[in-house]
Write a protein that binds this ligand. Structure first.
Ligand SMILES: [Zn+2]
Length: 531
């Protein structure tokens, strides 16, 4: 049976830009648009030309995408003609393949917010759709508050949708603007709409205020809608929009959808999904949500002993899909709850061969338990675990020694008479027979130490060029007789690989130093740097 085509419409750059604390630059928008295009999304909504300088600039040039590049804006204002509405004119002139209008479809909003008549609102929809069609644009209409509007006055909500469709809109998009609709309501209402408008012209735009935006989107598809609007990582104001990062793999991997529908995202592109999700977080300088479905670091992490031993026998026992299908990976947590089977499975995943009765495996397990008791967290720091295992198995060369370091924090007045704090680190490193000294200033003592440490590693410098620290987390642990500091550092490299290292000490500089050292040594091991 031929599968039907489902279309994905991404609004990360428009609705997602409404997120608190998110402020995309033009270059951010272009980078994200390219990433979405490569993923295989059908529509990329870039923004609202005329609403702000960034969006106006974004639509001032042709943006060559395989996806349909879409501009967003309002239908003509009530009481004006299309030729006498500068906002509408700017939107129609924008360099975009498609125009997505937003219009009221709840009579209460027409009266209270728009202060016009129901008929004038319908006329505005008709006129705007026609004007954009005449300019050769593909037209979409977002029916704002459609579900609330339908509950209050179904005939009027439907009339708004029909006005757009009858005048040539390619898509009529039903919006759950307040995000309060529930899946069974969405399925029922979309089913009714699809009797008046063919489902392959109906879209769904769900917000996540009851944490059901993904479920609502899928319910709409079950009822006949064939376009889904959403954002990467569920970005969006309040509780966010429907999360395409959860919707895409569900459509691809769950038979109910996969057997009926095709989407523009290939199996191969699906394997880049986790990477796309993390890249966006990185641009926004946010720590990725470890518990995000499909792509989170913990999405395929298993801790308890009996689950772990079953997973080793057959991953399908505790996994709903294969982690590599979305570019994620299985993680068996090494922790004091874990037994020998977890450690062995983790060694196998890393590619380290060890017999289960090897005394070094017992030693590794003992060291992990001892260290976790004093604050190390190996389940969060996979790279430090791998180094520890390799060290015990005798596989980590001694690339270099830090013979001494020194961090100085000074507060003083600068030449302008302003109070400033200056941090300077000096690091002495021995690489082979070479003694190297580096100094660096940083905005804090750890930053200065990191910069000095990575400034000159002699023959190894080229291997750590692409190394970057992307996250630094500190926790004070109150165990035993004194408080200790645990530092977790997340690093990334030129290949987009990420790893986390850990350090623990009563002294924050010392804990940070351990984690920094592990990160550098891990990178050298991975890069196969010669000794
Ligand atoms: Zn929205």
């Amino acid at each position: 049976m031929a599968r039907e085509r489902l279309y994905l419409f991404d609004t990360t750059l428009r609705d997602g830009a409404q997120t608190n604390g998110v402020d995309f630059t033009l270059s951010d928008k272009l980078t994200i648009a390219k990433m979405l295009d490569e993923l295989g999304v059908d529509y990329v909504e870039g923004g609202y030309p005329g609403a702000n300088p960034t969006d106006t600039q974004l639509f001032s040039e042709e943006r060559k995408l395989a996806a349909t590049f879409t501009a967003f804006g309002m239908t003509r204002r009530p009481g004006r003609s299309t030729s006498n509405d500068p906002g509408l004119a700017a939107l129609i002139e924008a360099k975009a393949d498609a125009i997505c209008f937003v219009a009221k479809s709840w009579d209460y909003h027409v009266k209270v917010a728009l202060e016009t008549t129901n008929e004038e609102n319908l006329a505005s929809i008709r006129d705007s759709v026609r004007a954009a069609k005449q300019k050769g644009r593909e037209v979409l209409l977002d029916c704002e508050h459609f579900f609330d509007g339908y509950k209050a006055n179904p005939d009027y909500a439907l009339a708004c949708a029909k006005a757009a469709y009858d005048n040539g809109a390619r898509w009529v998009v039903l919006c759950d603007t307040n995000g309060g609709a529930l899946p069974h309501e969405v399925e029922e209402i979309v089913g009714v709409v699809c009797q008046a408008i063919p489902g392959d012209h109906v879209g769904i735009h769900a917000h996540n205020d009851t944490e059901q935006a993904v479920a609502n989107s899928l319910a709409a598809v079950r009822a006949g809608a064939r376009q889904i609007q959403g954002t990467l990582n569920g970005l969006g104001e309040r509780c966010g929009n429907a999360n395409l990062v959860s919707i895409i793999p569900t459509l691809k991997l769950k038979p109910e959808f996969a057997e009926k529908f095709d989407i523009g995202v290939s199996d191969d592109k699906l394997r880049h999904l986790a990477h796309a999700s993390r890249t966006l977080d990185e641009m926004l300088n946010r720590a990725p949500n470890r518990h995000a479905p499909y792509v989170g670091e913990s999405a395929f992490a298993t801790k308890a002993g009996i689950h772990a031993s079953a997973i080793i026998k057959d991953p399908a026992t505790y996994e709903h899909v294969r982690p590599d299908a979305v570019g994620n990976r299985r993680k068996l947590l090494v922790s004091d709850q874990a037994g020998r089977s977890n450690v062995l499975a983790e060694l196998e995943r890393i590619g380290l061969k060890a017999d289960k009765d090897d005394p070094r495996v017992t030693r590794l397990l003992d060291v992990v338990k001892e260290r976790e008791a004093i604050g190390y967290a190996y389940e969060a720091a996979d790279a430090s675990f791998e180094l520890l295992a390799r060290r015990i198995l005798g596989q980590v060369p001694n690339y270099f020694d830090v013979t001494q370091f020194d961090v100085n924090v000074e507060q003083r007045d600068n030449a302008l008479g302003q109070r400033v704090t200056v941090c300077l680190a000096v690091v002495k490193v021995k690489v082979g027979e070479e003694n190297l000294i580096s100094a660096a200033e940083g905005n804090g003592p750890v930053n200065a130490l990191d910069l000095a440490l990575r400034k000159d590693l002699g023959q190894y410098q080229s291997y750590i060029k692409g190394l970057e620290l992307t996250d630094y987390r500190v926790r004070i642990l109150n165990g035993g007789t004194e408080a200790v500091t645990r530092v977790l550092i997340e690093s990334t490299d030129e290949n987009g690989e990420r790893w986390t290292t850990v350090g623990v000490s009563p002294n924050i500089i010392d804990a940070s130093f351990q984690a920094l050292m592990d990160s550098i040594v891990y990178k050298l091991v991975k890069a196969g740097a010669p000794v």
